[in-house]
Design a protein around this ligand. Structure first.
Ligand code: NAD
Length: 495
């Protein structure tokens, strides 16, 4: 059977993440039979809640799945609430008692998953107590799931990691980057390593540039307080974007296993050039949204958002060029951009292939140098909201004469397939139950990503930005377009 056996302890069990993502994911795993009889969930937070009240909250968070009354009672009967202040050592005694009880009642084989859905400044306290108060078991597995952000720079991430490593081994730590749970991010490897026509061209001889866009149409909404201390560089580039770059740039693993993939991803990240401050100024630009209007909707500027400093210098947009200094990629820019309140929501990767060496379709009175190059072939991977891929190719326009017409081979997964496909958190929780760390961020990856990003942050912190510098509803500041134009390229962005 597929049944997985474990006790989940969720720190921050009353919080937003738990209610919006974790309980729904656990329910989906339950419906699919991955969780059956042998699982239990302890929700903890400071508030005093009864099990009944907690089960009501869990019920509400899964209401959209329309569970039957029976399903609801069965599923939520596995949930228990323990009021718990994570900084109070005595509270861990109660937690241990409950955990051991549930282990016996549900025959959980001492398998434990600790989910830290709380602010990172508590991580060290929690992990050291889990160890010292013997909540970490001897016999079963003990897996720790950690949410982003993992540190705010290399130094703080390193300190945090050292604290956690006093209680847990690297193999027991599952750092969530929910992008790695997305269907089409996992598809990058399928496209590359399953198709010789792509992988054999996947290098600086045939690829002109690679573009990664993580665009959001919304602003900061109610998360202004958190966002204003973070900004787009730390919120989107250091983690999600760098993970995507490593998957695109890595060498093929000998075999598709966690260890082999990890090694190749780390090698790729280690090949990304760490810029000097001058190079940062040449290769990275930032932006902050001002007011704007799109399709009859008006947007307020970032500085007027709730819980945002009215003179905030926090960037809501980043664009940059990364260089991967190795044999395969030397000279191929990896352009990345991410921003809020842009024209549309969309995460996409564009692989822009080099045009044919010469345009044989030019007119006879044009020299090969004068003639425009052929439009490039572009492989697009659509991550969200639509999922699929497309390839633009040049063909002959139907009719008289001989005109070249770029056409698009386009495949998108159907709405039905998407509805049935697992949500990122669901996939990642299942991976963690199975002990598969492939789609989580290893410390070596996190560390190197911070080293790359730290110098950008430092350079920017030394200069006052001219914000706001892009209108809401656009695709960011002019500088982000100039960045590619000065290299002779453009952002590829078609529906
Ligand atoms: P939240 O503020 O909604 O929840 C925090 C939880 O921690 C609450 O249950 C609160 O009661 C509990 N808590 C706070 N102090 C405590 C203490 N001393 N002892 C015991 N419990 C305590 O936050 P959230 O949005 O659920 O986010 C949790 C973590 O996940 C954060 O690190 C956040 O950055 C990260 N994260 C959240 C999301 C999201 O979508 N909400 C997405 C990505 C990452």
């Amino acid at each position: 059977s597929n049944e997985q056996i474990a006790l989940f302890t969720i720190f921050g069990g009353t919080g937003d993440l738990a209610q919006r993502k974790l309980y729904p994911s656990l329910f989906r795993l339950y419906r699919k039979g991955y969780l059956k009889e042998h699982f239990a969930v302890i929700g903890t937070a400071r508030r005093e809640w009864s099990d009944e009240y907690y089960r009501d909250i869990v019920s509400q968070s899964i209401a959209s799945f329309k569970p039957t009354e029976d399903e609801l009672v069965q599923f939520t009967s596995h949930f228990y609430y323990q009021s718990h202040n994570v900084t109070d050592t005595e509270h861990y005694t109660n937690l241990k008692k409950l955990a051991d009880n549930l282990d016996t009642r549900y025959d959980l084989k001492q398998n434990r998953i600790f989910y830290l859905a709380m602010a990172p400044n508590f991580f060290g306290t929690i992990t050291s107590h889990l160890k010292s108060e013997n909540i970490v078991t001897e016999k079963g597995f003990n897996h720790l799931i950690i949410e982003k952000p993992f540190g705010t720079d290399f130094e703080s991430a390193n300190n945090l990691n050292n604290e956690i490593r006093e209680a847990f081994e690297e193999e027991q730590i599952f750092r969530i980057d929910h992008y790695l749970g997305k269907e089409m991010i996992q598809n990058i490897s399928a496209i590359r390593f399953g198709n010789n026509i792509f992988e054999s061209l996947w290098n600086n001889k045939y690829i002109d540039n690679i573009q990664i866009t993580l665009a959001e149409s919304l602003g900061v909404e109610e998360r202004g307080g958190y966002y204003d201390t973070s900004g787009a560089l730390k919120d989107m580039i250091q983690n999600h974007t760098m993970q995507v770059v490593s998957l695109l740039a890595m060498e093929p693993p000998a075999i598709f296993t966690e260890k082999n993939i990890r090694e190749e991803k780390v090698k790729a990240l280690n090949s990304i050039r760490i810029y000097s401050e001058d190079e940062v100024k040449e290769n990275f630009v930032r932006g902050q949204y001002g007011a704007g209007e799109l399709d009859g909707k008006t947007f307020i500027p970032y500085r007027e958002e709730i819980n945002v400093n009215p003179e905030s210098e926090t960037e809501t947009f980043v664009a940059g060029k990364l260089m991967v200094d190795n044999f395969r990629w030397r000279g191929v820019p990896f352009y990345v951009r991410s921003g809020k309140q842009l024209t549309e929501k969309g995460t996409r990767i564009n692989i822009v292939f080099k045009p044919t060496p010469i345009n044989v379709f030019r007119s006879e009175n044009e020299t090969a140098c004068e003639a425009e190059t052929m439009p490039p072939n572009v492989l697009t991977i659509y991550i969200q909201p639509t999922e699929g891929f497309s390839l633009t190719m040049n063909g002959k326009e139907i009719g008289d004469g001989f005109n070249i017409d770029p056409i698009k081979l386009d495949y998108r997964h159907s709405a039905e397939a998407l509805d049935n496909s697992p949500e990122a958190y669901e996939k990642l929780i299942l991976d963690c139950l199975k002990g598969d760390g492939t789609n989580f961020s290893h410390w070596d990856e996190v560390a190197q990503s911070w080293r790359i990003v730290d110098v950008i942050r430092k350079t920017w912190d030394n200069e006052t930005p001219d914000f706001p510098n892009y209108a809401s509803g656009t695709m960011g500041p002019k500088a982000a377009f100039d960045l590619l134009e000065q290299d002779g390229f453009n952002w590829v962005w078609t529906p």
